[in-house]
Design a protein around this ligand. Structure first.
Ligand SMILES: [Zn+2]
Length: 265
């Protein structure tokens, strides 16, 4: 059974319209803010070693973000990933496998920290996400397309491996592909010992509110039918594996979980 440590990476404000599709044109026009939380997960796995799921917002975001991005996304608190790993007595060199649920700025922002490391040679993502992210940033003259930053995900010293179907990558880690928020957000189930199973859904369900029932659609969604179908599948998976579900960015719901240096096993 795996040991699981949830690492909180920050708190920031985003346009509410991204998280909750505006109920009316008036609400859309108001352009309200919404506060969200981010996290990474460290899994100490019997077969794979130290597995890191997601990397958070870039530690050097102030240098890399365009001005408009800084206005739209206001950082309240940011924990550096390497600092958080150091608190656990680890560096990026200690990570054996890096997985990105998807390649948006708040999940892949610190992939660059893994340049030329063992894990950085084969960052695991879904095939659908690779196709979406790499083609979008390639076609954008500025290198920024939606929430994808070319400079954060494509560089010398970083390579990717993809999966195109749901896979148990070890006895205790199951990865599954979710279409909706993007074409291929990875979800993950981790089996621990006495604390049971955990399911990380990333941005396929930002929050308990989106998850429902009833489902509340986010503004950011590439495929509404697939989003709905996936939420229904998540409810079934939760039942089947008797799993605790951890949403992508839910401040209130997140407060119930232990975070690093505390862990589940
Ligand atoms: Zn996100």
């Amino acid at each position: 059974m795996a040991k699981l440590t949830i690492i909180e990476t920050g708190l920031w404000d985003v346009p509410r319209n991204e998280i909750i599709r505006a109920e009316s044109p008036e609400i859309y026009a108001e352009n309200r803010r919404y506060t969200i939380i981010g996290y990474c997960v460290l899994i100490q796995d019997r077969q794979l070693g130290n597995v890191l799921w997601d990397t958070g917002i870039a530690q050097d975001w102030e240098n890399g973000w365009p001005e408009q991005f800084k206005r739209d996304y206001k950082i309240r608190r940011l924990n550096s990933l390497t600092g958080k790993l150091a608190e656990l007595g680890m560096t990026v060199e200690d990570i054996d496998l890096l997985i990105c649920s998807h390649l948006h700025y708040d999940h892949a922002g610190n992939v660059k920290q893994f340049k030329n490391t063992h894990a950085g040679q084969k960052v695991l993502i879904s095939q659908a996400e690779a196709q979406e992210a790499f083609s979008r940033v390639a076609m954008s003259p500025s290198g920024v397309s939606g929430a994808y930053f070319r400079d954060e995900i494509i560089m010398q010293g970083i390579g990717y491996e993809t999966i195109s179907e749901d896979t148990w990558i070890s006895d205790d880690i199951f990865l599954f592909i979710q279409r909706g928020h993007t074409p291929g957000v990875l979800g993950m189930i981790v089996r621990t010992g006495e604390n049971g199973n955990f399911m990380f859904v990333s941005d396929a369900a930002y929050s308990k509110l989106n998850f429902g029932p009833p489902i509340v659609f986010p503004g950011l969604c590439v495929d509404e039918d697939a989003y709905r179908t996936n939420i229904i599948r998540l409810r079934l998976l939760k039942e089947t594996y008797d799993a605790k579900i951890i949403f992508g960015h839910d401040v209130e719901d997140f407060a119930q979980w232990k975070t690093s240096p505390f862990y589940y096993e």
